[in-house]
Design a protein. Structure first.
Length: 291
């Protein structure tokens, strides 16, 4: 019975990780940015949805929309206030900009974390679920919201696939991830593409954050573990590889779920980080990475 519980819970949390990691990977694949404020953006979305329901007394759907829009604003603010100034700076050598952006997004994430703690305390916040009640799966009582979470995550990932592969804008984004200079020569402005990608990322992170708030609940302390999990997933799957990130999300998700059930929730991120170290020695490019 415990094995089935782990299988069900692991599938749902892995779907959440897959959704969040897809946006994380998309940004790196197109603009080469490793956004270490990822966990903060997700937590900001969840806390905003919680505040909309508990402070502003909005209904669940309106609260979820507030959380999504908050994540979108946070993502665009990350790009315009943190990433773009460094990318355009003439004082920073090009070969050093990547580490500056890495450090800046980490500090930005810490600032968001402290703001959340200041205004909403460090206590865990749980967003009211859209779907209530429980269902029995082979004798295991499972919240309907857990199943709803997994379904929504994969629906959004499917819509993203359609956007990237079946629309003109999506194909331009895909081309920019392969050959930025070639896209520029065709008359496309890279800055506009980056804005679109960061907006898509904000929406993905917002949906993942709100669903996480409904599923497990979050606090300002969740920022670090969420960023660590996302970083482990994209490196394990291969930087820039969406397919690799989806596979890695389930590896990490199930590792964390098994650790939480069999050992302690306090140590849930450790096995994934240990696996990451092993993979970096054996296969530095990750499972499906190109670089």
């Amino acid at each position: 019975m415990l094995a089935l519980q782990i299988l069900i819970d692991g599938f749902a949390i892995s779907a959440l990780y897959a959704l969040g990691a897809t946006g994380f990977t998309l940004i790196f694949g197109v603009s080469g940015v490793l956004n270490l404020s990822h966990g903060a953006v997700m937590v900001t979305a969840a806390v905003a949805a919680w505040a909309a329901g508990n402070v502003l007394h909005l209904d669940t759907y309106a609260g979820a929309l507030v959380g999504l829009l908050t994540a979108l604003i946070a993502a665009l603010a990350t790009y315009f206030a943190v990433v773009q100034p460094i990318q355009r700076s003439r004082r920073i050598p090009n070969e050093e900009k990547e580490i500056f952006i890495l450090t800046a997004t980490l500090l930005w994430g810490i600032m968001l974390q402290e703001l959340i703690a200041y205004f909403f305390t460090n206590n865990a916040k749980t967003v009211l679920p859209i779907v209530e009640g429980v269902v029995s799966i082979l004798g295991v009582r499972t919240p309907k919201n857990e199943i709803f979470t997994a379904i929504i995550c994969w629906m959004v990932i499917g819509l993203l696939w359609l956007l990237v592969n079946r629309t003109k804008m999506g194909k331009t984004v895909l081309a920019a991830s392969m050959n930025p200079r070639g896209v520029t020569l065709l008359g496309h402005e890279l800055t506009h593409i980056y804005i679109v990608v960061w907006a898509i990322y904000g929406i993905l992170a917002g949906i993942a954050g709100v669903l996480l708030g409904m599923f497990l609940g979050v606090s300002s302390y969740s920022v670090g573990p969420l960023t660590a999990s996302a970083f482990s997933i994209v490196v394990l799957g291969g930087l820039g590889s969406v397919s690799g990130s989806l596979i890695a999300a389930y590896v990490v998700g199930y590792l964390e779920t098994m650790t939480a059930y069999l050992i302690s929730p306090a140590y849930r991120t450790i096995p994934a980080l240990l696996l990451l170290i092993v993979v970096m020695y054996i296969r530095p490019q990750g499972l499906l990475g190109r670089r």
